[in-house]
Design a protein around this ligand. Structure first.
Ligand SMILES: Nc1nc2c(ncn2[C@@H]2O[C@H](COP(=O)(O)OP(=O)(O)OP(=O)(O)O)[C@@H](O)[C@H]2O)c(=O)[nH]1
Ligand SMILES: [Zn+2]
Length: 340
């Protein structure tokens, strides 16, 4: 900020190919130019500016003359995903996110394995997860099962609530994580209730207001489908298409991502390289046999651990290919042996 005394901070609410829409307050938004090196020129050369060093939705930037970004301010969290393709790439989806609501319906689609996956991915981004079980009102939703699911998630130290996403009471249930200045995202599979919850959090009045503002003639850009949405509570909700398909980046930690208990058990196995299969003295198998560890969750731990390890390897070889590249190196794993 000292280098740009004439510039003012603003937050990125939309990202486009040629530039950004930034806002200095709820509901406003102006198109600004980005730094030339953040744009992809026609003959885009690899390694010009790493995607990580370009702003994404949720980032704070400095804007000069109200129309030109001159700097990207440091971010406190970043949601990235491993992008598919021949070469490993990381794609930055959202920045400065405080809380991720992991949305899962208590209907036939309820799947603890999927929740475990999202918890791991969210943790990798440095974001607080909160599990939101929707469709608690449906006759198909078994109250006892819902209760057990909530208790199991809370036992991992993760807050969890059950709601009817269509009911305004859901706003109250999520209010502890939607204080003024908080930034939230919704993740979860298709049909889980993310759009429904977004509409409920926005409130009907707010939606109407936004629609009216679209017609204002000040050249301001206001739409109802923007990527960063101010909520009536004073919190911000980031809703970008990329958010809906998260894959491990290779930077996740199984111990911090909801599997601390299994990692602790594995440390008790007789053999350091125990595959927890048929080895004697396996503490993991023993816990499963005693009914203290859910086998489905253990198998998911192996599966997710394999995905993280594979992504981590691709990230490492990517780094080796491009010594000068500014991609963050994976943190050393807590255990030098991967699961499985
Ligand atoms: N009764 C009831 N219906 C719900 C609830 N949450 C979602 N639904 C319904 O479930 C369907 C899917 O909800 P959406 O909000 O569109 O799901 P989504 O997560 O946004 O799905 P995608 O846009 O495909 O990612 C809709 O018909 C909703 O009305 C709930 O808590 N209770
Ligand atoms: Zn073992």
């Amino acid at each position: 900020m000292a280098a740009h005394p004439g510039a003012a901070p603003a937050r990125v609410v939309e990202q486009h190919r040629s530039g950004y829409i930034v806002a200095t307050g709820p509901g406003d938004g102006v198109a600004v130019e980005s730094l030339p090196e953040w744009q992809r020129p026609p003959g885009y050369r690899r390694g010009t500016v790493a995607p990580d060093d370009r702003p994404a939705v949720g980032d704070w930037v400095l804007v000069e003359d109200g129309r030109r970004i001159v700097a990207l301010l440091p971010r406190r969290s970043a949601i990235k995903r491993g992008a598919a393709g021949e070469h490993y790439r990381q794609q930055l989806i959202a920045a400065n996110v405080d809380v991720a609501f992991v949305v899962c319906g208590l209907d036939g689609d309820f799947n603890p394995r999927r929740i475990e996956r999202y918890l791991l991915l969210v943790q990798g981004a440095g974001v607080q997860p909160v599990v939101v079980l929707t469709k608690a009102d449906l006759p198909g939703a078994d109250a006892a099962a819902a209760h057990a699911a909530l208790a199991a998630i809370q036992a991992l130290g993760v807050p969890a609530v059950a709601v009817n996403a269509k009911d305004a009471a859901a706003v109250e249930a999520l209010s502890p994580w939607l204080r003024p200045g908080d930034t939230a995202v919704l993740v979860g599979s298709s049909g889980a209730g993310k759009s429904t919850l977004t509409n409920t959090l926005l409130g009907v009045d707010r939606m109407k207001t936004a629609a009216v503002r679209e017609h204002d003639a000040r050249g301001r850009h206001t739409t109802t489908h923007r990527a960063l949405i101010p909520l009536p509570s004073g919190a911000c909700l980031i809703d970008t298409p990329g958010m809906r398909e998260l894959k491990p980046t290779g930077e996740e930690e199984l111990a911090d991502g909801g599997f601390a208990d299994i990692e602790a058990l594995a440390a008790e196995c007789r053999f350091r390289d125990c595959a927890h299969d048929r080895e004697p003295g396996c503490a993991v198998r023993a816990a499963i046999a005693r009914g203290e560890l859910d086998e489905g969750r253990f198998l998911n731990y192996l599966k997710l651990g394999g995905e993280v390890a594979a992504a981590s390897e691709r990230l490492a070889s990517r780094l080796a290919d491009r010594p000068g590249a500014k991609v963050h190196a994976p943190r050393p794993r807590k255990h030098d042996r991967g699961p499985g």
